[in-house]
Each structure stands twice: as structure tokens, then as C-alpha cells.
Design a protein around this ligand. Sequence first.
Ligand code: OXD
Ligand code: MN
Length: 626
Amino acid sequence: MALADIFTRNEGSASTRATVARRYGEVPTIQGEGMVALQAWVDEIAALTQPERIHWVDGSRAENDALLREMVDEGKLIKLNPEWRPGSYLARSHPSDVARTEARTFIASEREEDAGPTNNWIAPDEIRATITPLFEGSMRGRTMYVVPFSMGPVGGPLSHIGVQVTDSAYAVTSIGIMTRVGTEVLREIAGGAHWVKTVHSVGAPLAPGETDVPWPCNDEKYIVHFPDTLEVWSYGSGYGGNAILAKKCFALRIASVIGRNEGWLAEHMLLIRVIDPAGRAYHLAAAFPSACGKTNLAMLRPTIPGWRVETLGDDIAWLRPGEDGRLWAINPEAGFFGVAPGTGASTNVTAVETLWGNTIFTNVALRPDGDVWWEGLTDEPPAELIDWEGKPWTPASGRPAAHPNSRFTVSAAQCPQIADDWEAPQGVPLDAILFGGRRATNMPLVVEATDWTHGVFMGSNVSSERTAAAEGTVGELRRDPFAMLPFCGYNMADYFGHWLKIGQKLRFDRAPRVFQVNWFRKGSDGRFLWPGFGENSRVIDWIIRRIEGEVPAIDSPIGRLPRTEDLDLEGIEVSQDDLAELFAVDREPWLREADLTEEFYRTFDGRIPAPLWAELAALRYRLQRG
Ligand code: OXD
Ligand code: MN
């Protein structure tokens, strides 16, 4: 659309006219009905937020380089030494803006019961009345970027489009890594494709002549989702999921609502292809709560000879029943936004190799030679560092050098074991779904669900010890059904029901089999009982042999357990006592878990589907029967 046309169309609004007059950069020339609506929306947001200028992001390399250069000049990014880490940068956030702020995250559905008891519900009118004045003039003195992005390959049958307006160049470069951005997406919009509106402001307008700070943000934060109009409005934070709205806000919270409406699932899952020594390929999706090792499993290097894993995704999967009765999955993202601490040569060598360059690090430590470091990257810390807050650090400092939720943002294409077809628009058919958490007690290393409904029951009961990915006390046990507690955009009881319905669309012999895994069980002496990491391939080997019907399993009150002789333990030391503890099903604590499940289900005011109550009754019966 020509600038003159926009002018004419907006003649009525003085403030919009002023904004348009100040517009710089390429206004896209792409024609099409869809562009009119997009342009009108951009004008509306600009009139509200009153930016200094508007920049339509085209997703080009030159544009990205210019943005990075600008941020370095402004002191917002530190360019790392290209000798060690080419094309890479370090950002340091404000110390108050370091994680997703779940307490400030809202679902503004028309009806409270549609958000359910696990979400912070707020009435749409009320929250609009609260946030609109905050957004008024919130981009003054700043550039407003318009970022058209696609989740999933552009134009793919399972893909969806969004547009984020943001006043954070850091967010723009991150979205550029995490999604497919640019003119191709605009062409889809122009052609009439539906798109989701996402608005982001760090909430730090600049007065004329005021110099900017390295990490602008606001003490007041709101991350608001409108599931009825499919919109996201985020204010006050520049960090991760609060600012890269394509990720948790769109690809999980809003997409879960779209999935409910259209008959598919948006899940907090990694996606891998496992290839056995005979060359047979299997596809697995696994849901673990934040910072519980999804990225490690997504990049697994099996320790059992002859096995291979190819990475397809590490955080989000969209699952859709196919006409063939199988469940098909894509990773809608294009990059990894991974937790740095704990990522090292002994835990995830593939991630370390992925991060060779072209990476944006946030809140990790800086080495004197201009490279980065974080706890767990190497066994021995360097003798001196600059910590994530920019302060000198030595191993004697008595505090972590990198923030526990420090991150790397890197393109998936850089992963040395990414599957060749990771961008296949139709996705891959799933053979197994895994649920897991970080559980020191009770939960065995692996247990198989007896059928889909039992699997949904298992998913609804995922609990995990709290990690640093969100604000809160680390280590506390929290219930995190399907690892979706902070990410489900609607009532979780309806979500469990939706999972049951999806099961009905699958052919019984083609539906993925469901398993629960726990790499983190500890013995009575407080030691981890299982070595984890690459050795988890031994559990996957058993899962696949179950899928192939090659090994029997032992029925237990909580599901099907392996016979220990069917686990391939060659080459590792796990004592018989440890194995017994790893698979112990203790009735008393399990009956207490069942009580907690009942307590949890009761919070949904009668909305939990009957088959899940039946599963709970059956579990109690099996536990009590002895
Ligand atoms: C993430 C999270 O960033 O789950 O992936 O917090
Ligand atoms: Mn996640």
C-alpha cells in the first residue's frame, strides 16, 4: 500500500497522521486485501503507543546485522570475541527482569470458567481499561517494529501466522531466530491468511534527548491473552517468553485455544526421531516442565551402540490427527531458547556444538577473552569472569556467575543432529508420547500407560520440583499437568477432555503409546539413582521394544513397568538395589498422590471428564487391593 493511500485512509486521525508522517523504512508494497487490515491495525497501535518511527521488519540478513550493530553501539549488547564465538552477542537484563512472570500473566476470556482455576483470569474490559493507559505513549522516543512471523514453515498445512509489534530490537532479533520472519509471511497475510495480533512494549518511553538504558523495562508487568479475539498484549518485560510473544504466548496459550476450536493440540513438548540399529525410525514427543531437560533429550546422543537421535524440536509441538489415524506433529519454532546452566560437554555436547556462533546469550557470564561461560559448561570454572550483572567474579565469590535462568537463542538449523526434514510442512507421525518431571521420590524411571485414557490421566497428574524458569521457590513440588500449567490458554479440565477427544480420532492401533519417565529419582541416601543424559537412551530402547511388542511388561497399580532384565544396562553400573528403588511403587505415598489428584480435580467445579475420575477410582482400587 502506498504511503499516500494510508494518509488518505487515516485523514480523520491527527495523531495517526503525525505518526505516518514520521514513518521511516520500507513500507511494504505487497498488495492484497489482508494488507489493508494489517496496515489499519499497525496504524491503530502506533496511534496508541506513539513511537518515534515504525520499521517493518523484512527478515533480511542485512537488517538483522544492522539491528545488532545498533544495539552494540547503544550498549545493549556486547559483541563476543569472533575468534571464539563468531556472530554472537551477550545481553544483560535488568536484575528484576529475568524470567517469565506467571503472576503477571493473564487469560482474559469473556467467561471466567473458560480460563479455569489454574489461570489468572481477568475480565477483558477490565484489563483493557487497565493496560490501554499503560500503552498510551509507551513507545515514545522509540522505534516500533512490525514483525510478521510464521509458526511452522510458511504456508504449511499445520502452520499459523502472527504479527508482533514491539519496541524492543532485542525481541526482534530473537523472534528472527525463533520463528520464520519476513516478507514471505506478509504475502500470506496479503493473500488472506488469518493472523494473530501480538503487541509488546517494554514500557519505557524516552523523553526527547534522554539516553536509553541497556535493558529498558518497567516494574509494572502485564502479559495478557485474549483467547476470544486471539490477541496478546505484553507490557513491561523484555525477557524471553514475556517478550518473544510467538513462543509461549502464541504457540502455546493462544494456539491451545485455536487447537481446541479446530481439533488439534498445542503442546509443551520436544520432538525427536529415534533410529534403532536396524535403521527403523520412530518419532517421540515428550512433555517436561520448564528447565527439566527437554533440550537435553531433544539432542540426546545415545550411549547404546547403533542408536541415533535426530532433533526435530526442543520445546513446543503442535499435534494433529491425520486421515490415516495417526497423530502428526510439527515443531512450530525455528530456533532454541535454551537454559544455559547445566549445558556442557558431559550433559549436552550437541547443544554446546550448536552454540558455536550466531547466538544471542542472555545473562550468562563473560570471560576475559570475550567468550561466555555458565555453570556446567566446563567442570572447572575460569579463574575470573564478569558475572551476569556485570560485576567481577571469581570461584570464591560464593554466587553463580550466570543467572540460573540465563539463556541461549540460536537457530535450530545450527544443531549438528537436526533432522534433514525438520521443516517438512506435514510433520512426522508420532509413535510415543512421554510425560516427565523432576521427582526425587515416588515416580519410577519409566512406566507405560495401559491405554490412551490412562495416558491422559498420567498427563493430568504431572508434578515437578520448581525450577528457575519462572519466578517462585526453586525445589518446591508443583503440579504441572502435561507440563502445560503456565501455558494452557483455557480451562484445563476442558483441555483434558480435548485430549480424550483427540484419542477418539486416532486409530486404536496407530495412536502413539503413552509413557511416564523420571530421570531424577533419588535413593534414601539422596543420590540420583539413574545416570541420566545419554543413558536415557536405554529407557527409549525399552519404550521402542514395547511399541514393537518385543518384550512383556509387569502390570503394577500405576501402569506397566519393565522387567529389569529387559533394560539394556550393558556398560553402566546400576546396582540391583538401585534398580529396585528406581521402580518401587510404594502404596502409601501413591495413595497420598491419589488424594492430591482428587483435591486438584475438585478445584474444577465438576468439569473434570468422567473417564478421568474413573481412572482415579481404578488407581485407588489397584493400590488398596495390595
Ligand atoms: C521455556 C520455558 O522458556 O518453558 O521454554 O520457560
Ligand atoms: Mn518451555
